[in-house]
Each structure stands twice: as structure tokens, then as C-alpha cells.
Design a protein around this ligand. Structure first.
Ligand code: N01
Length: 493
């Protein structure tokens, strides 16, 4: 390690930022600061607190590889336990001490070989290396429904849950049936006096068990060997591989099997043939992000629940008016209407080398070489940036692979082999051309649906190849893709 350490700034203290902070300390870096706009760590798991919040990745895989958690109570991890896990891990590894909370970066500009950072508070900082760990789905999508401001009851987005509003005995309307809407409806069925689920497009539902771990099991998992055996990593990785294969090859056996499981679930779980047809999607399973749910079909068949599939015309003082003219009287309306999935670091303004603006570079669509780096933006590395794998598997695992790659890039900076690392424009363009071509073969593109996976041009933005290809790409950088200028006389100061 050179005497003068590089100054490293991490933006965001969610899952990915905590990971970067831990790994950098492991490597011996000390000149590190995390900036977090909120008052505690946790990212998406801090912001989402809706009833039924659950991650659909098996609990023991939804942890850092170096910090397993024997204490999960359920086979699928509940949101509050995930948040507690991140808070505990951040405390254990000294992340809170490295973090300035309540600081939102609104401008990062690369000048004189360093990132000049400005914060909403007026605070400024300078970094040699900038890690963007700002998350994927964090800007709520508020639907433009006429009359919403006139509603007399409570109305909020799923990611801004208003816990001051009591739900028992209320008439509740949930708009949106992605993973979030489905989880909320499953949790509230039987608690509300009336629960209406507003469905614009039916979704395929994959059945999944979500059992409890007994006290004995949790005690046994304290032994890492027992836990490792119970996890059965090979079986899980085979499932991930089959899942990505189903996405990239709709003719594959894996794809057919997953589609059949969804169809069988609908046939076997919904008894009323009319309701069953209203719930039946006309697109291929997996076209939208697959919903894993043990209990949605039961919930929507609850006597107090109602599926509303007529479109919404307007929100009025007393409820929602659908296009058939019916007024649905409600006390609470929840927008489970998703996020602006193309935001990434934005609305932060980012200016790279020679004044290049991220907004210009991303004019057509968010893009990055192997989802981690961008030409013109030296020493800026992204975790869970655009075009990485986003699916029904652990984003923690993905961030760890990406971090391994970033570590190799930083090592070259640290060895003094160069002052700045960025991929060549040629590498970026070649990658992007291949990626877009591959994306057009996926079920996201060919499956006959619209989803948040699609960019403004209708091209799926997520990693369009299988998982192993991602793992291989992250294992060792292809150095021919990088511009590595000779180091200048002065090193990092
Ligand atoms: O959002 P979504 P989400 N009028 O975008 C509907 C992650 N997640 O928050 O399909 C009426 O999937 C929209 O309808 P349509 C996970 O990655 C993970 O549910 O566009 N409806 C759709 O039904 C997930 O994929 C977990 O026709 C409107 C819904 O709103 C991602 O978050 C748990 C509308 C939006 O669905 C986002 O899920 C929860 C309008 N104007 C979430 N606008 C895990 O388990 C939108 N909709 C890890």
C-alpha cells in the first residue's frame, strides 16, 4: 500500500455501500467515507416497510457470503429482519463510523484528476475513487391518475408507507400487482373490511413455500458447517442457472418447466373459472419479473377481497372510479406502482472527463461497460449499475461479484500503474451492441409484455446472458478493454 492512500468515497449505505466499505477496510484502506442521504443504513430495506414485505430469495442466500445469518425465522427473509441484518452488519464492521448520514450528493464532477463532490447541505468533498452504490429501485413511480389530490382518505406509495394510518376494518385499494402489490394484498387479506386489488395487467405467480425455521434449526445453523450443508449451494446455483436459461432461451426445457409451474398454480389454486380467467396473463411467464408467492391466490379469493380489473378512470374524494362508471368507496389507497428503474444515481448530476455529462452519455439509455464502468468517467465504479443481472436472485451475490472486479481495477491504481481507469469507447460500444442484440432474444423482449425491465426504447436493460457468463466476466477484467495511461509524476494526494 503506498504511503498516501487514495481518498475513496462511497455514495449510499445500503447493501452495496456497506459491502464496499467492509471490503475496502479489509484491504487496508483507511481514507474512506460513505455518504448516505437518510439517517441510517439499509437502502431499499430501510425505505420499504409495507405489510408483508419479504424478499423472494431464500433467506440464507440473501446475506453477504462472509456474514451468514443463522437467525432468519422464515425460509424467505422478512423485510424487518433484512433491515436488522444490515444494521447489525454495519455496526459489526464499523460502517456507521465511516458514514456521514443525512448527506445527499447532488453533483460529482471529475476535474484535475479527482472527483469533486457537492452535497445538498453545502458540504463538499474530493475523491480519487468514487463508488456509486446508490441502488436500483429507489425513485417511486407515482401514477398520473386524475383527481388523486381530491381523495379524502389516506393515499401513499408502497415505498413511503404511512404507519400512522390504521388498517384494521378499513376499505383499502391497492393499485398495482407487481411483487409489491401481491405481497401487500396477501398480508392484508382478512384484516381489511374490504380489500380491492387494482390489476392493469395480470401476472404469472410461481408458487413457493415460505415455512418457518424452528428454534432448533436456528440453533444448529450457528455451526457454519451445518448451515452450509442446509444451504446446498450447488442446488441453488443450478436453480439460478435454470432461471437465467429460461429468460435467455424461451424454447429451453427450463423455460417450459417454469411456465408450466405457473400455469398449474393458476389452474389448481383458483376455483372460480371467471376469476381464474381474469387472473390469466396473455404474455409468457417470466416476461415480467416473476412473482413468487405462497398465498396470493388464496388472498384474492378471500370473501373480503376483490380483484378490480376494469381500468381506473379517476380518483375522487371518496374512492376510485373505474372506467365502467362504478365508484369504489375506499378509506386508504396504496400505490404499489413501482419505481423509475432507469434512475440509478440520478437525479445527481455527474460530469466526467472533458465535461462529458452522464445525462448525455445516457441519453438513449443507461449503459455501462459490464455494468460497472463507463468511458469518460474515470475511477467511477458502480455496484448494481445499469445492465447488471436483476432477477429473482440475490443482488448481494451480484454485488459481491462486481466488487471482486472493482477490487482488481483499484489494485492497478494502487500499484501506481495508472492514475485513472476507464474502459475504452470501443469496448463500451462493442459490449453495448452485443448486449442489445442478446436482449432482443430474451423472454423480456419476446414474451409479449411491458415491464420495468424495458428501457425507453423497449429494450430489456438487464443482463441478457446466463449467470455463469456474468460470473466469468467479473472473475478477471479483460484488460484490453481499458485505457490505462502511464502514471503521472504525482501520485494520489
Ligand atoms: O413494481 P412493478 P413493484 N395504473 O413495477 C402497476 C422488487 N421487489 O414495486 O403491469 C394502474 O413490478 C403496474 O401495472 P402494469 C422486484 O425487483 C422485490 O411491485 O404496468 N396500474 C404493475 O402492476 C420488483 O420487480 C421484492 O400494467 C399501474 C405495478 O403497478 C420490483 O421491486 C419485493 C399504473 C408496478 O409493478 C418492483 O416491484 C417487492 C397505473 N397508472 C419488490 N402504473 C423481493 O421479493 C403502474 N401500475 C426481492
Amino acid at each position: 500500500m503506498p504511503e498516501q492512500q487514495p481518498r475513496i468515497v462511497i455514495l449510499g449505505a445500503g447493501m452495496a455501500g456497506i459491502l464496499a466499505g467492509i471490503r475496502l477496510q479489509d484491504l487496508g484502506y483507511q481514507n474512506i467515507t460513505l455518504y448516505e442521504k437518510a439517517d441510517r443504513v439499509g437502502g431499499t430495506w430501510r425505505e420499504n416497510t409495507y405489510p408483508g414485505l419479504t424478499c423472494d430469495v431464500p433467506s440464507h442466500f440473501y446475506t453477504y457470503s462472509f456474514e451468514r445469518n443463522p437467525d432468519w425465522t422464515r425460509h424467505l427473509p422478512p423485510g424487518p429482519e433484512i433491515q436488522a441484518y444490515f444494521e447489525r452488519t454495519a455496526r459489526k464492521y464499523g460502517i456507521n463510523e465511516l458514514t456521514r448520514f443525512g448527506e445527499e450528493c447532488n453533483d460529482a464532477s471529475y476535474r484535475d484528476g479527482r472527483w469533486q463532490l457537492q452535497f445538498v447541505s453545502g458540504h463538499t468533498d474530493v475523491a480519487d475513487i468514487l463508488i456509486a452504490a446508490t441502488g436500483v429501485l429507489h425513485q417511486p413511480n407515482y401514477p398520473e391518475i386524475p383527481g388523486a389530490e381530491s381523495f379524502q382518505g389516506a393515499l401513499f406509495h408502497s415505498a413511503r408507507w404511512d404507519h400512522s394510518v390504521g388498517l384494521e376494518g378499513k376499505r383499502i385499494g391497492v393499485i398495482g400487482n407487481g411483487s409489491t402489490g401481491v405481497q401487500i394484498v396477501s398480508a392484508l387479506a382478512g384484516k381489511a373490511a374490504l380489500l380491492e386489488h387494482y390489476q392493469r395487467t395480470p401476472q404469472w405467480i410461481m408458487p413457493v413455500e415460505n415455512g418457518r425455521f424452528s428454534e432448533e434449526e436456528r440453533a444448529a445453523f450457528r455451526d457454519p458447517e451445518v448451515l452450509a450443508k442446509a444451504m446446498n449451494v450447488d442446488e441453488y446455483m443450478a436453480a439460478v442457472e435454470a432461471y437465467t436459461q429460461s429468460i435467455t432461451d424461451i424454447e429451453s426445457e427450463a423455460s417450459q418447466a417454469m411456465a408450466q409451474a405457473c400455469r398449474d398454480n393458476l389452474e389448481q389454486s383458483v376455483t372460480d373459472p371467471v376469476l381464474r380467467e381474469r387472473l390469466r396473463p396473455d404474455h409468457l411467464p417470466l416476461c415480467k419479473r416473476l412473482i413468487f408467492s405462497p398465498d396470493y391466490y388464496q388472498a384474492i379469493q378471500h370473501p373480503q377481497a376483490r380483484l378490480v380489473s376494469n381500468g381506473i378512470r379517476a380518483i375522487e374524494a371518496n374512492g376510485i372510479r373505474t372506467v365502467d362508471g362504478e365508484l369504489h368507496e375506499l378509506d386508504v389507497i396504496v400505490y404499489a406502482t413501482g419505481f423509475h428503474a432507469d434512475a440509478f444515481m440520478r437525479p445527481m448530476s455527474i460530469t466526467g472527463r472533458d465535461g462529458v455529462q452522464l445525462s448525455e452519455f445516457w441519453q438513449e439509455r443507461p449503459k455501462a461497460y459490464l455494468a460497472v464502468t463507463m468511458p469518460g468517467f474515470p475511477n467511477l465504479f458502480m455496484l448494481n449499475g445499469p445492465n447488471g443481472p436483476v432477477g429473482n436472485f440475490s443482488l448481494i451475490d451480484i454485488a459481491e461479484h462486481q466488487w471482486g472486479y472493482i477490487e482488481r481495477l483499484i489494485a492497478r491504481l494502487d500499484a501506481g500503474e495508472c492514475d485513472a481507469i476507464e474502459p475504452s469507447m470501443h469496448a463500451m460500444e462493442t459490449f453495448e451492441e452485443e448486449r442489445v442484440e442478446a436482449a432482443k432474444q430474451t423472454v423480456w423482449y419476446r414474451g409479449g409484455c411491458v415491464s420495468w425491465y424495458l428501457d425507453a426504447q423497449g429494450i430489456p436493460s438487464s443482463w441478457p446472458w446466463n449467470f455463469q457468463r456474468f460470473v466469468d466476466c467479473m472473475a478477471e477484467p479483460d484488460w484490453s478493454a481499458f485505457n490505462l495511461p502511464a502514471p503521472a509524476a504525482a501520485s494520489h494526494t
